[in-house]
Design a protein around this ligand. Structure first.
Ligand code: BEZ
Ligand code: FE
Length: 297
């Protein structure tokens, strides 16, 4: 016996369009699925009623979504990029990471994280191509009560000074350039050497790039270093340090900038201090404390 013999549905009209569609959701559908489907239909129909698209405009939207799907490969996720530039990725992240006051805030993961890179010794230089201004990053990992978290893993990754991640330029950049994993010491401390991050465009040679241009938006991310901090018993933190003088801080194309994540960079022009870090000329320093929230399970 089909539903249609046992249930009656309203006929479709312009006025009741969303209700007519949602009335067809079956009685045995999982409640969360039914809730999500109904909300999407309600908001989609409300948008269509506000926009009143022509048939040609509706087809253009279908073409855009088709091209977005066609652009996806094992290496390229154009739908996530779309979610990023529409602010949806950051909104989902905010909803899922409402942290206590002093815990480090999350920001966008992005597509260039590589899991399982080798752990490097404290102080290692992750810049393997020699481009860019030297930067020493140091800091601590602690819990929300200020107790050090020893043995946390700290994954870091950033673009090179040309604005590309190593995985975007296989065979051009040294493998593993500007990425690495470190472990916090007994007092939660860590440090490594790198170069100052720079602003760079997200991949914009696809439909999302075209959309940005159509909307009069640039594709640039504010200069940042990515971090992922993991420790057993704590919520994983996925975050950035942003360069404080980047012109794109207020207009990061994926809305990733939060005030608390903007770093302080100090220029050091002191040969004796440079010698400690193995630098011959001036360099930069930045320090960052990461505060982890205990996980519930
Ligand atoms: C990134 O920061 O690596 C990134 C984030 C979102 C989209 C593209 C790149
Ligand atoms: Fe990035």
């Amino acid at each position: 016996m089909t539903d249609s013999t046992t249930r009656s549905y309203p006929l479709f009209s312009e006025q009741n369009s969303a209700e007519a569609v949602n009335a067809r959701i079956g009685p045995n559908v999982a409640p969360r699925t039914a809730q999500v489907a109904a909300a999407v239909v309600r908001h989609l129909h409300a948008a269509v009623k506000e926009i009143e698209p022509t048939h040609e405009e509706w087809l253009a939207a279908i073409r855009f979504l088709t091209e977005t799907g066609q652009k996806c490969t094992d290496w390229r996720q154009e739908f996530i990029l779309l979610s990023d530039v529409l602010g949806v990725s950051m909104l989902v992240d905010a909803i899922n990471h409402r942290r206590p006051g002093n815990a480090t805030e999350n920001t966008i993961l992005g597509p260039f994280f590589v899991d399982g890179v080798p752990t490097l010794p404290a102080g290692a230089n992750i810049c393997l191509d020699g481009k860019g201004e030297p930067l020493v990053v140091s800091g601590t990992v602690s819990d929300t009560e200020g107790r050090p978290v020893a043995g946390a893993t700290i994954d870091v990754w950033q673009t090179n000074d040309d604005g590309y991640y190593d995985v975007q330029q296989k065979g051009v950049q040294p493998e593993g350039n500007l990425r690495g994993k470190f472990e916090s010491g007994a007092q939660g401390e860590f440090w490594f050497r790198t170069v100052r991050p720079r602003d760079y465009p997200i991949p914009d040679d696809g439909p999302v790039g075209k959309l940005l241009a159509t909307l009069g938006r640039h594709p640039n991310r504010a200069a940042h270093i990515h971090f992922m901090i993991r420790a057993p018993g704590y919520e994983t933190v996925i975050t950035h340090i942003f360069s404080p003088d980047c012109p794109y801080l207020a207009e990061d194309t994926v809305f990733g900038v939060k005030e608390s994540l903007i770093g302080e960079f100090e220029k050091v022009d002191d040969a004796r201090e440079g010698k400690i870090y193995g630098y011959e000329g001036p360099f930069w320093k930045t320090a960052r404390s990461f505060v982890l929230e205990r996980s519930e399970n």
